[in-house]
Design a protein around this ligand. Structure first.
Ligand SMILES: Cc1cc2nc3c(=O)[nH]c(=O)nc-3n(C[C@H](O)[C@H](O)[C@H](O)COP(=O)(O)O)c2cc1C
Length: 158
């Protein structure tokens, strides 16, 4: 069974809500999913998963420090994450406030690990983005994205 980690940082709960919607989509697709606050994620554990999806609020157009810290520490598993499926999502306050640049910054790091990035031709193309808490549009996109990442993970690792 495909194992997926959804790792998030969230100060006021918006990114966390997105994480659990993505979890629902991935579980509906039959994946085994761990959804964890970044503070509970050990770098060595990243190796256990077939897919890793990372969520951050948008802070100054980029990822929040705890997510950057995890990614910097992930050098300890450099070379060991190759071919795992990667994804990212973000919540910001403003349209044009940098949620997509945040998603892309996370994806860039995952690509450096040699991971396979899951884009989406229907929903939010780079990964789900929300303005503050998820509305109906974002709920739908997050669930669809969880399914999509799980499908691809199953194809590559199932
Ligand atoms: C330090 C800090 C920087 C932020 N920078 C941005 C920003 O550049 N653009 C934006 O649209 N929102 C920005 N925000 C707002 C958050 O991205 C937004 O409130 C988000 O929904 C918070 O997610 P959370 O509830 O998961 O913590 C910032 C908030 C903080 C605390």
């Amino acid at each position: 069974m495909a194992r997926i980690l959804i790792c998030y940082y969230s100060r006021s709960g918006n990114t966390k809500k997105m994480a659990y919607l993505i979890q629902k989509g991935a579980m509906d697709e039959g994946a085994e999913v761990d959804t964890k606050n970044v503070k509970d994620v050990m770098v060595a554990d990243l190796r256990k998963y077939d897919g890793i999806i990372i969520g951050s609020p948008t802070y100054y157009g980029g990822m929040a420090a705890p997510i950057k810290d995890l990614l910097d520490k992930s050098i300890r598993v450099h070379g060991k994450l190759q071919d795992k499926v990667g994804g990212a999502f973000s919540s910001s306050t403003n349209v044009g406030g940098g949620n997509e640049t945040t998603v892309l910054a996370v994806l860039q790091a995952l690509m450096i690990h040699g991971m396979v990035i899951c884009g989406d031709h229907r929903g939010d193309h780079y990964g789900p983005v929300s303005i503050e808490a998820p509305n109906k549009r974002v709920e739908k996109n997050c669930i669809m994205y969880g399914k999509r990442v799980a499908e691809l993970t199953k194809k590559l690792h199932g």
